[in-house]
Design a protein around this ligand. Structure first.
Ligand code: IVH
Length: 677
């Protein structure tokens, strides 16, 4: 083939023919989604064109399909100004607001009955394309609406953006639309990123925006971005209606939304909104609402703009979301107290802008109530708390051979100890104190910031040390400083990181008793309970020796906590652990001098916002050391609110209730009056 065209002057003609063919097949494939030839035949056309262009570099034009693969990286994007400003849309969230919009429109148009066009609001990145002589001359991002970035090199790689306009009477135009990414593409890219140990992207929009900002267009070419056109401006023909503009855009070779509907009145608009409220989950890409536009361009002009918002269009945003996906498996998670939590392993799916692949199923009862079975199609919901939950099952899609799920009888860890469900409890527990999964969580809890706060010993190191047999129980942490050579032989360890951990472990021996008690991870003993216990039973010996009755006589300590404490201390392994930790030098008694003064006796402090010189916890400990109380919420009884940077509702409440508000400096001056001046 090559030699044939090499020597003849047929090359220019063949090149043009190949480009025409490729462009047509690109359009059929990327815009109309009905390819006529196989990938193989397409590739043959493409490589023939590449070969010819290589032999005739003078014949390469910017609109050749070969120019989509991306070129030399650039160092910076050029700023360009938009010939027509790029506007934003006002958002609405309710039927009433849409009705208000319609009322305003009709009032301004003084009796005319406007038609509306409803469209999907693609959740991507707005793009303005300028065509001159039918050729793509510029692609620019919105930026601030007046000026944006020239991202032409990147946008050229998007297959559904025509590099040349199809034959119409239009040769110069501004076309606007959205660059976006298919859910499937997004999930695949994320999966690959995670496999590489990279942080996954939050949603397709972020990934699209990040891709368009790439300085190397060859990278963009690999990302399979899509384009949909929704706005046209040209002086080449007379434009009258938005809906006919959309038809024109399609004729010019652009993909347009499959769901553009002309509505005669606001009732039809409402019907469109309701219809897509359900149907939106079946779309292969993300939308974040519906756009409603006045159809007549004359009406649009009459309505005009306020600020940067058109008065002829609005966006309707849908409520927080639901979606469906497959329940691939139910796995078990082991908590630090041995509690076993079933977890839904889901086929990754997008929900309200983030990828969901796991969700807690709490316990067996939760699963039984929903009648969840592995392989089921399940409904995932995000409530106000943004934590995704499995809220239902699509029973019609259930496989006939599916079986109810049963809690396994053994722990998922390699020791496979038997699980127990205490009477009256919804949870199952693994009571094996050598369970390695539990150990990991217990260790993570022990070193955590609010517990022993051991710097330099994080989750990764813990997993590594368990694996290497260096950590079998909590007290082994205090042996780590003696195992320098073994640790330095492990991956990712260097003298510097070892020193850091060494110092962290040494410093932790100064942590007060209440923190040590909390760090032990006794079931039901959180930070507050630990503090309470320390006040009444000031040493571990007295706590260990306290009967159930003695424990429950303490205010706020009920049966469950008392039982849990007794169970913990009745276990010989736990008593051994405490002896080892004592031997290591940890503090196991409340020291009387921890009360520095009685200056704050009877006073309650609330800390809010970000403190600079100390942490909130340290501040609370200082208050307690001076005989005062620290609380989390503001009431009339609060003596002082100490407000740091960006204090919010608690500060507002203090002001409202007339509670005195202190700055951080004023607070520190109260503790140490001499330093303040
Ligand atoms: S029309 C003046 N139509 O939403 C009208 N915008 O919140 C300008 N968007 O910047 C936009 N789908 O990025 C329009 N069918 C659609 C849209 C759409 C998504 C985006 C666009 C715009 C943003 C405004």
């Amino acid at each position: 083939m090559q030699s044939l065209f090499d020597q003849t002057d047929l090359a220019p003609e063949r090149i043009l023919e190949l480009r025409r063919k490729i462009l047509r097949h690109d359009h059929l494939y990327y815009v109309e989604a009905r390819p006529e030839i196989s990938d193989r035949d397409y590739d043959a056309l493409f490589s023939e064109l590449l070969d010819l262009e290589r032999l005739h570099p003078d014949l390469v034009t910017p609109d050749s399909p070969t120019q989509r693969v991306g070129g030399t990286p650039i160092s910076q994007f050029t700023t360009v100004s938009h010939a027509v400003p790029m506007l934003s849309l006002a958002n609405t969230y309710s039927r009433e607001e849409v009705e208000d919009f319609d009322r305003r429109v009709r009032e301004t148009l003084e009796g005319a009955t406007p038609e509306y066009v409803c469209e999907l609001k693609y959740d991507g990145v707005a793009m303005s394309l300028t065509y001159e002589n039918c050729t793509l001359a510029l692609a620019a991002t919105r930026g601030d609406g007046q000026t944006g970035d020239d991202v032409t090199a990147n946008v050229r790689t998007i297959r559904s953006v025509p590099l040349r306009l199809h034959q119409t009477t239009i040769s110069s135009a501004i076309v606007r639309g959205e660059v976006y990414m298919m859910n499937e593409t997004f999930l695949a890219i994320n999966e690959a990123a995670e496999a590489e140990g990279e942080k996954p992207y939050a949603n397709p929009r972020n990934l699209t925006a990040g891709t368009l900002k790439q300085k190397d267009s060859r990278q963009v070419a690999k990302r399979q971005l899509e384009f949909v056109a929704y706005w046209l401006d040209t002086a080449d023909v007379n434009l009258e209606e938005h809906s006919t503009n959309v038809d024109l855009l399609r004729q010019m070779g652009f993909p347009t939304s499959p769901a553009v509907r002309l509505c005669a009145n606001v009732q039809e608009v409402m019907a469109f909104i309701a219809e897509w409220d359900e149907k939106r989950y079946s779309l292969p890409f993300q939308i974040d609402g519906i756009v409603i536009k006045v159809n007549s361009l004359r009406h649009q002009q009459e309505l005009g703009f306020i600020a940067r918002l058109p008065r002829w269009a609005i966006a309707y945003k849908y409520e927080a979301k639901k979606t469906q996906t497959k329940l691939r498996d139910i796995t078990l998670q082991v908590g630090r107290t041995g509690v076993i939590t079933p977890v839904a392993e889901l086929e990754p799916t997008l929900l309200a802008g983030s990828t969901i692949s796991r969700a807690t199923l709490h316990n067996q009862d939760y699963i039984d109530e929903l009648d969840l079975r592995i392989g089921d199609t399940v409904v995932i919901e995000k409530g106000g708390d943004v934590i995704p939950k499995v809220s239902g099952v699509v029973k019609e899609e259930r496989a006939i051979d599916s079986m109810p799920w049963m809690m396994p009888q053994t722990c998922p860890c390699p020791r496979h100890s038997a699980l127990h469900r205490p009477e009256g409890e919804a949870n199952w527990f693994c009571n094996d104190s050598f369970c390695p999964w539990q150990l990991r969580r217990r260790l993570e809890h022990f070193v955590s910031r609010d517990a022993m706060d051991i710097d330099g010993l994080g989750e990764k190191a813990i997993a590594q040390f368990i694996e290497a047999g260096l950590l079998k129980r909590i007290s082994d942490i205090y042996q780590l400083p003696n195992r320098r050579s073994e640790i330095l032989a492990l991956d990712r360890w260097a003298p510097k990181s070892f020193e850091k951990m060494f110092d962290g472990i040494t410093a932790s021996k100064q942590q007060p008793y209440n923190r040590v008690l909390f760090a032990l991870g006794i079931r039901c003993v959180g930070e507050g309970v630990a503090k309470m216990l320390c006040k009444h039973l000031t040493s571990i010996e007295s706590l260990q020796g306290a009967s159930h009755e003695q424990l429950t006589s303490i205010n706020e300590i009920g049966d469950a906590i008392a039982t849990s404490i007794r169970t913990f201390f009745d276990e010989p392994d736990n008593r051994d652990e405490i002896s080892s930790l004592k031997a290591a030098g940890l503090i196991f008694a409340s020291s009387a001098p921890s009360l520095v003064s009685q200056n704050f006796a009877g006073k309650t402090f609330v800390f809010t916002g970000e403190l600079v010189s100390i942490t909130r916890r340290q501040a609370e400990e200082i208050v307690e050391a001076h005989g005062g109380k620290a609380s989390g919420s503001v009431s009339k009884k609060t003596s002082f609110v100490v407000a740091g940077a960006e204090a919010g509702s608690k500060l507002a409440k203090a002001v409202q209730l007339g509670v005195p508000v202190l700055s951080e400096q004023e607070f520190t001056a109260m503790i140490n009056p001499r330093v303040s001046s």
